[in-house]
Each structure stands twice: as C-alpha cells, then as structure tokens.
Design a protein around this ligand. Structure first.
Ligand code: GLY
Length: 367
C-alpha cells in the first residue's frame, strides 16, 4: 500500500494533463497522496478536439466484447463522477443526459444502423428502435427523408474542454501540482509511482504500441446565439458516411469525425465537405449555422482498439493509463478510479484484466 510521503519525492508523478491524467491526479490527491502532473500544454491533446460522447451502447462494435464491458462500467460511474466533480470544482462542464438517437438517412444506411443495433440489443444493451413518426416527435429537426432510427437513452454527453478545466481545478484543490513542462524520460521523474497518461506520447516513453489515429472534426454555432434546434446527440449514417452531431448548451454543435490512419493534424477540404454534407442531410437547419472551427487531433489507438491500463512489465513503479482511442472521455471515471486504487492498494480490479500492458508483451519496444 502506498502511503503519503512528507517533503521531497512525490508519491505519484502523472505524465499527461488530459482528462485521464487529471482525473487520476484528482483521485490520488483526494486520497492524501502527493501528486505532480507534468504536461507542457495541459488539455491540448485528443480531448481538445473530442466531441465528448458518453456512448457505451451506440459505440459498442462487433468483436469488442471486453471493451464494451469497460465502456458500460465507466458510463455507470459517470453520474456519480459528474456530481462529485461539479462539487469539487465548483463549476459545470456541459454534462447532459438527453440520450442519443441513432438514425439512417437512406434504406441502405438504415440497414447498416439496424445491423449494429440488433447486435447491441443482443448483448442486452439499452437501445430501442423507433418508428419514423416517433423519431420525428423526439427530434423535429431531423430531415423528413431520414428513414428511421433508434434511441439509446443511456448514451449521454459532456463538453471535454470544460471537463479538462474542471478536472484541473479539482486536482489542484485536492493538492496536486501541475508542472508545465515536457517529460523526455521517465527516469527524469522523482516519484515513487509514475502514471503514464500521455495519449500518443506514451509510445515514446514506454515502448507500448500506441499509434496516432487522426480525427477531423467541426464546430458549428447556431445563429443569433440561441441553442441548437435539437437536444439529443445524433449518431447518423448518411449515404455511407458515419457522422455524429453533438448539441451543446451554448449553441455549439460538434460534427465529427474522420478516423484516419495518419499522424498529421491538417484539415482537408474533402473531410470538411463529407462531414458537412452528412450533417446537413440529417439536420437541414445546420446549413444556416456558422462554421466556427475545423480542427484535427490524434487519438491514441492500440492494436485491439482497447486501452492499456496497469503496471508496465519490467518497469517497477510505472503504470500505463493510455490507448483510450475513441473512448477517452467515457472511460475517464473507471480509469481514474481503478488506477488510483492500484496506486494506493497495489490491487488491480478484475475489470482491468483484459487491458493490461502484458497483452502486448510481444509488441513492446523498450523506450
Ligand atoms: N469518440 C468519437 C471519436 O473518436 O470520433
């Protein structure tokens, strides 16, 4: 069991001040540990462009059973985590619980969406098909030609930029210190335990097989400063494109996202065109919105699309909390809670068994 030190050496060094790193820092500091978080530009990684869908059901894909279980476990923690964080930080972060509509524009799109939600229903996940009239009653802003859809009432959303700001306040109020500088080698850190929550940067620091997966994403703004004309998150299939629309309180709508095996952060005209066409086909009023931002970020992908959480083999005192790929925001509570538990008690929760770094022992390059 790790007990708090006095002066000098930190108990825990966290590398990375994104949502996962800051939540780990908050949870560890709240348990009395002396925590230092290192990041040259806090909150500037994948979370800066993330949409913030808390989507354990609509994002449950074929062949990802273990990841689906972890998504559900983390989503179940979100209400409590959000309430505690709002209290600790004294601020909101756009946590909304209207649910998600999954919709298909054409009959082919609907067939694709239905195939996936049938699989999700087969797993016992809460997603319910709707008649077209029920769909439009819930969201009149949907285009009349949308063929049909389903509702996933437990798939929620949060604003990742505001989440990072709140986590930073909560971590600092709990006693964590933020050092705004890069970490080149883990051996440079003076701490009893190091948690590597550096997203794609974890590869160079640990040798773990984390690769950048580019996502281009847009932010639109409703005209006249009003709220968007729809309240659910919309996960849509439109003429073969997959798109999501996330409405925010302040009038923003996030339209995302490409998934590209590339490591640059350029924004391309073709991606903007495809995202906007799909968005406007599903919700025509979006054509009247301002295009406020077009950006790209790098998700930390892994060979099996699942995160890497737990002790690094052969590196005593080093834990990984990375590789969250498309699910970093929804997986923040479970990652933070279980990593803090691991740090404090040395015990790994059985939930983490499928996600240990050991599963990539054959892939590891020693960094
Ligand atoms: N979580 C959605 C995305 O990665 O695009």
């Amino acid at each position: 069991m790790l007990t708090a030190t006095g002066q000098g050496t930190a108990d825990v060094a966290v590398v990375g001040a994104g949502p996962v790193g800051l939540a780990v820092a908050w949870r560890c500091a709240a348990r009395g540990l002396r925590v230092v978080v290192h990041d040259p530009a806090p909150g500037s990684g994948a979370s800066h462009v993330a949409a913030g869908m808390l989507s354990p059901v609509a994002e449950a894909y074929f062949g990802e059973h273990e990841l689906t279980g972890l998504l559900a476990a983390s989503a179940a923690r979100w209400p409590g985590f959000a309430a505690e964080l709002a209290e600790a930080a004294g601020t909101g972060f756009g946590y909304r619980t209207e649910g998600t509509l999954v919709v298909g524009l054409t009959s082919d799109d609907l067939a694709e969406a239905r195939r996936l939600w049938s699989y999700q229903r087969g797993l016992g996940l809460p997603i319910t098909p709707l008649r077209p009239s029920e769909l439009r009653d819930r969201e009149p802003a949907l285009a009349p030609r949308v063929r049909g859809g389903a509702v996933a009432p437990g798939d929620h959303q949060v604003d990742p930029r505001r989440l990072v700001a709140a986590l930073r306040v909560a971590a600092e109020r709990a006693g964590a210190t933020l050092v705004a500088g890069p970490v080149r080698e883990l051996s440079d850190l003076d701490a009893r335990v190091t948690v590597v929550a550096a997203g794609c940067g974890a590869a160079a620091l640990t040798g773990l097989p984390v690769r950048p997966v580019k996502g281009q994403i847009l932010r639109l703004r409703a005209p006249g400063g009003g709220p968007p004309g729809f309240g659910h998150v919309i996960r849509g299939y439109a003429d073969g494109e997959s798109v999501y629309l996330v409405p925010r309180d302040g009038g923003e709508v996030v339209v995302g996202a490409t998934v590209e095996e590339r490591a640059d952060t350029g924004v391309t005209a073709g991606a903007v065109l495809r995202l906007l066409r799909a968005a406007v086909d599903l919700v025509p009023e979006l054509a009247e919105y301002d295009l406020a931002e077009a950006s790209a970020g790098l998700r930390p992908g892994t060979p099996d699309n699942a995160p890497i959480i737990g002790p690094l083999p052969g590196r005593p005192g080093v834990l990984a909390a990375t590789g969250h790929h498309r699910h970093g925001i929804v997986l923040t509570p479970v990652t933070a809670d279980l990593v803090a538990e691991l740090v404090v008690t040395g015990e790994a929760d059985p939930l983490l068994a499928p996600f240990t770094p050991e599963r990539f022992a054959g892939h590891r390059r020693h960094g």
